[in-house]
Each structure stands twice: as structure tokens, then as C-alpha cells.
Design a protein around this ligand. Sequence first.
Ligand code: ZN
Length: 355
Amino acid sequence: MSNRAVIDQLASWLEPLGFSCEIQELPDNKANLIATLGSGSGGLVLSGHTDTVPCNPERWDQDPFTLRDSNNRFYGLGATDMKGFFPVALAAIENLGEQLQKLKQPLIILATADEESSMSGARALAEAGKPKARYAVIGEPTGMRPIRMHKGITMASVRIQGLAGHSSNPALGHNALETMHEVLGELLAFRGELQKQHQHTGFEVQVPTLNPGYIHGGDNPNRICGHCEMHFDLRPLPGMHIDELHKQLADRLLPIGHRCNTPITLTRLIGDIEPFEEPATSALVQIAEKLTGNPSESAAFATEAPFLQALGMQTIVMGPGSINQAHQPNEYIEHSEIQPAIDAIQALILRCCNE
Ligand SMILES: [Zn+2]
């Protein structure tokens, strides 16, 4: 579904406040919004994604597409993850009153497409080399705790082409399942080595992970297995590089295929997300820690942060609401989380845009 209505709505709210709105068109009638107030080489990007995950309306107690105010909560799809961040940012901006036009550095509201799926919006921005500012804050739900790192994610398939034949004579074929046995052994050995080489105490799971999550092969006990396929994910720590990991995987797995006469094809299954880490010493991390009184930490989920950081901005993830509410039926944001978030974002704008 197109996100264009959300982009246009945000632009219609931001333009009267003096923002100049650039809409970056993407395939499939998707779009990013870059709304900029002021100019200069520093400043702050407040970023959010405009999409949500799909939902199952039958599992909701209400229409997921209508915001409902009840029990001191706002219920609705995206209330927390993360359409709710935009009105918080807008309220912070409106509260600035006359101070808004006097900011010394640019304030940019960034609204992206497809974060929950391909991250095509963030990828297009990284390719276009914009927006640029000194600081970027992505308002994903973190309970206003500054997140300065998360693991990356990549997924791949291993396809082994064997040769089927009657099982009574192994010489009649090449068994793809037997090759997969070796491949799995090599993958787990690779995982063990990675976990020995890389640890990070800032994460709940302190090592990179590799999970074989899908396998299919063969069709009959009395036929030599002609084809076997397995999928795994790999979640690297900051400091590891996904392209390099895939090169190492190819160097280790492809020779097994040659040796067994069962060619192996490795395919990446998703657009990769690189691991992300903003140093604890970076000015933005320290500003956010001081403003919120919360120490920075890591997240177990991946975000658009590595794409914004790659544009040269100090980047953190910090927004109202709990990630436990994300991707759930009856998603809500507590009223009590809203005003503190508005106050913090307002203070952040004044701090970052007045340097
Ligand atoms: Zn989100």
C-alpha cells in the first residue's frame, strides 16, 4: 500500500510552520519526506517511518485504523511503532513558538517508507546522500532511553544441487543431503569461531548469532537426494561487516560443493542491515543521556540508524512508547509517555539547533 497519504499529511502540517518539504519519490508509489527548517552545516534530523507492519483486524478489540482514546491510552495501529512519534515531534516544534524561527541550525523532519520490510526508504536516502545534519534521532519506541547500538542482520539460502538416482547404488547419483550434513557442520564451526572472536558486553546476547531456520531436501528414502536447501540468519555485532562475512561463507562452503560434485549456490534473502554503534563518547549520546536521565543502551531490534549514520550524522534511536507494544494487536501508547517525550524532544531541538 502506498504511504503517500501519510507523507502528504505530514507535509501539510509542516509547511505552515515554515518547513520546506521535499518529497523523494520511490517505486510503487512510495515516498520519503524531507522537511527542512533553516539552513547550516549542523542541526538535527528527527526521523520516523510512516509504515506499520500488517495487522490482523480480527485479533483487535477495535478498528486498528481508527485512533481510540481509552484507559489513558491511545489505541491504534502504529500508535507506538511509530506514527505516534510524529505528533510528539510536531507538538515539540509548535511549543517552541518564536524560538522556532530563531534556531541557528537546521531542523529536519524525516519520514521514511518501508522500514518494516525492505528499508527501501532509508536505502534511497543513503544513495541520494541526504539529509545531512550533525545529529539524527530516530523516534522508534524505546521508552525515551537512548539506544546507541544494535546488531545487523543478513539472511541467506544455501542450495545444493545433487543428482538423484536409485538408492541401491550410491554410484548412480550425488547425495545433496549428505553434502548438507557437511555444510551444516561447517556453518556451525564458523559460528563458533565468530563467537570466539567477537563479543560485546553491551548486548544481552553478547556474541554474533547464526540460526539455521529452514531446511528442505529430497523426497523419498529410496532415492538419492537430488536437491537440498537451507536458510539461516546471521546477526553480526558492531565492527563486523556483512559483505566480508558472506565472502568468508563462500570461501568455506563452495569448496564442499565442488568436492562432493554437488554445486552449491549461496543467495542473500533480504536487503542487509549493517550493525550499528554510535560511540558512548559522541556528543549526541551524551546530550540525550543528560536530557532524559537515562543511560544509553543497546536494542535487540534493527533500525534505519546505520543508514543515517552512514550519511555522516551522529545517530541514536530514542522515542516514546514501549517496543513490547510494537507489532501487537491492540497496540497503544500511554498518555503519560507523551508529555515527557514532547519536553525531551523540545529540549533536544533547542540544544542541537542552537550550536
Ligand atoms: Zn518501528
